[in-house]
Design a protein around this ligand. Structure first.
Ligand SMILES: Nc1nc2c(ncn2[C@@H]2O[C@H](COP(=O)(O)OP(=O)(O)OP(=O)(O)O)[C@@H](O)[C@H]2O)c(=O)[nH]1
Ligand SMILES: [Mg+2]
Length: 355
């Protein structure tokens, strides 16, 4: 095992030295902010050598029996140390951070930002104020957003005709959101219609029927992809067609296959995956994995009003690099939908939390 100290003006610089000299495998044992006229950061880092490898290469000289028992003890100690280092690397990496940075880490963790992403942000941030810029930049850099206009998703422009399909887990808010989007389109003077691919749940068609009546636009309920195609043709005169689907267990192959059939019709469909922020992040990541078999264009996050925090939005964006179309903020139709840019989304993520 090699243990070394590194000093630099900032934590990031010191860390860069560690990585340069000891490599990515290096583990930070401790770090301290040294105050004074010329403040600096001191990091103690370690990397483990494989003593057996050294032996096999003939680096270890021949030993007497007494020395060999010492050597066995030493090997044991190294093994224990190596296990400690491995455990540190896998969990609690934040424990070695200086106090200020540890505070930043916990601030991010409280907002449910994944530990590895939080550690990475903390390494890159100059101070806590910097986090806002970094999170926002991360989202822009990954083309989560249309950085030119800074607008995430625009209902009324871009295409003359649009077919937008909402997919997602049961109860994510698809039907409610279709109604919100349809109301918005009508308010903006666009001719809209709704198609419900909704044969599974008894009563589900009723819900969307009530909404379509309320908004005053046509609705057709279809059973499969071929019917959907016919329905799209029928509504050829419409500016926007919103397709509501019924949520089912995404582990069910038949369900995903049924959705895949829709793309086989050759229709040009924009797909939005709705994810409820009131669900925990592991569930959302797992959900995305299943729906990822489909050509997702956008993610949209629902029930932000119910969420304890919104870190999962950053986690999902960073993991899957898809743009965010909008967020929904309540049950009211029309309304309770916001088309947010990366700055606004970052503010929301940082604002929430139990603290
Ligand atoms: N608090 C809150 N509730 C919402 C929001 N969006 C939808 N809901 C509620 O969530 C529940 C489920 O919404 P639906 O729109 O029926 O969900 P769905 O995705 O269509 O569900 P399935 O069709 O069963 O797959 C309803 O009670 C909605 O009012 C939101 O932004 N905030
Ligand atoms: Mg529904």
């Amino acid at each position: 095992m090699t243990i070394k100290k590194y000093q630099a003006k900032t934590f990031g610089e010191a860390l860069a030295c560690v990585k340069r000299e000891l490599g990515e495998e290096a583990v930070i044992i401790s770090s301290e902010d040294r105050k004074g006229a010329r403040p600096y950061v001191e990091i103690t880092a370690a990397v483990d050598y494989d003593i057996e490898q050294h032996e096999s290469k003939g680096y270890v000289p021949a030993t007497s029996p007494v020395q060999s028992s010492d050597l066995a003890e030493l090997k044991n100690e190294i093994k224990t140390l190596r296990e400690c280092v491995e455990a540190m690397r896998n969990s609690g990496g934040e424990l070695t951070l200086p106090a200020e940075r540890k505070k930043m880490f916990y601030f991010l963790r409280e907002r449910s930002i994944r530990d590895d992403y939080a550690l990475n942000l903390v390494e890159r941030a100059r101070d806590i104020e910097d986090l806002e810029t970094l999170i926002s930049e991360d989202m822009c850099r990954s083309k989560f957003f249309d950085s030119a206009s800074s607008v995430t998703w625009n209902l009324s422009s871009r295409y003359d005709k649009r077919i937008v399909m909402l997919i997602g887990p049961t109860g994510a808010g698809k039907t409610t959101t279709v109604a919100k989007l349809a109301s918005k389109a009508v308010k903006e003077g666009r001719r809209a219609a709704i198609i419900g691919v909704d044969t599974f749940k008894i009563g589900a068609a009723e819900q969307i029927r009530i909404y379509s009546k309320m908004i005053g636009i046509p609705l057709e309920i279809v059973a499969d992809a071929q019917d959907l195609k016919k329905s799209v043709r029928k509504y050829n005169d419409r500016d926007i067609l919103l397709i509501d689907t019924t949520g089912q267990n995404p582990k069910d192959d038949g369900y995903i296959r049924g959705l895949k059939d829709i793309y086989k019709t050759g229709l040009s469909i924009e797909t939005q995956l709705l994810l409820s922020t009131s669900s925990d992040c592991d569930f959302l990541i797992n959900t995305y994995k299943h729906y990822g078999a489909l050509p997702i264009d956008y993610m949209a996050f629902t029930k932000t009003d119910e969420a304890v925090n919104l870190g999962s939005i950053y986690n999902l964006c960073r993991t899957y690099r898809k743009p965010v179309a909008y967020i929904t903020t309540g049950q009211r139709v029309p309304g309770n939908i916001e088309f947010v840019d990366s700055r606004k989304l970052t503010n929301l993520i940082l604002k929430t939390g139990s603290a």
